[in-house]
Design a protein. Structure first.
Length: 232
């Protein structure tokens, strides 16, 4: 989505807390332009290259359990826009209706094939479609469901100045959050009160330090994190 003038922002975002971050990003429009160009070119190339992987995953998911290939949950992105995320389904159909909106360790809703897909983070590659359409970016705050966004503080709303992302510094630091949540009696409570505020500190810091080249570095750090490097 195009960068908006301050007066064009949704009313809930026009606060003093958000203004500080808006002014920072407004001075870095070239980096934001390069970010979008990179998103379009890289996502298109990767979708073409990974098309055989998409086909294999689709066949495996359909053969393993009934339900759609993609998990299309509604999330929130830039300026509070609602969109449906593309993730390869790794849980039983309608999993979000029989449990928390976040995944925990040893989640019984995860299918046999889904567990393997999650091990290699292949469920995330469907989001390349969202990146190409502009609802997401390669790097940015992970898109949350509406019930979590409604609990944002005024400052947290600043993360909605940019499109949601597939990865981020917060994602790298909290790549094993499901283990923490797996030990919780009330998953949503722990996520809202402990995990989300911690992730938001990294997300807001990323806005302050935003540069296109820093985002490229985050992509490399994500690859190393998936391969096992610990950045905690």
């Amino acid at each position: 989505m195009a960068w908006r003038k301050w007066d064009e922002l949704p009313d809930f975002m026009k606060t003093e807390e958000v203004r500080k971050y808006y002014d920072i990003l407004d001075k870095r429009r070239l980096s934001m332009f390069l970010k979008r160009v990179f998103d379009v070119v890289a996502s298109l190339i990767m979708l073409i290259i990974l098309s055989p992987v998409f086909i294999v995953l689709a066949i495996a998911i359909k053969a393993d359990s009934p339900g759609p290939v993609f998990y299309r949950q509604e999330r929130i992105t830039q300026y509070g826009k609602h969109f449906k995320i593309f993730k390869f389904r790794t849980m039983v159909n309608n999993a979000d209706k029989i449990g928390s909106a976040v995944t925990v360790s040893n989640d019984s809703r995860v299918t046999r094939v889904g567990a393997k897909i999650r091990d290699f983070r292949l469920d995330e590659i469907g989001q390349l479609i969202n990146v190409l359409t502009g609802d997401m970016s390669f790097v940015g705050t992970r898109p949350e469901v509406e019930k979590y966004v409604k609990g944002y503080t005024p400052e947290m709303n600043a993360t909605l100045l940019m499109p949601a992302g597939i990865t981020s510094e917060a994602s790298i630091r909290y790549k094993d959050e499901y283990k923490l949540l797996g030990e919780a009696d009330d998953v949503d409570k722990v996520y809202i009160e402990r995990v989300l505020p911690g992730k938001m500190k990294w997300n807001l810091e990323s806005i302050i330090r935003f540069r296109f080249l820093r985002e490229v570095l985050t992509l490399f750090r994500t690859v190393f994190a998936v391969m096992g490097k610990n950045y905690s």
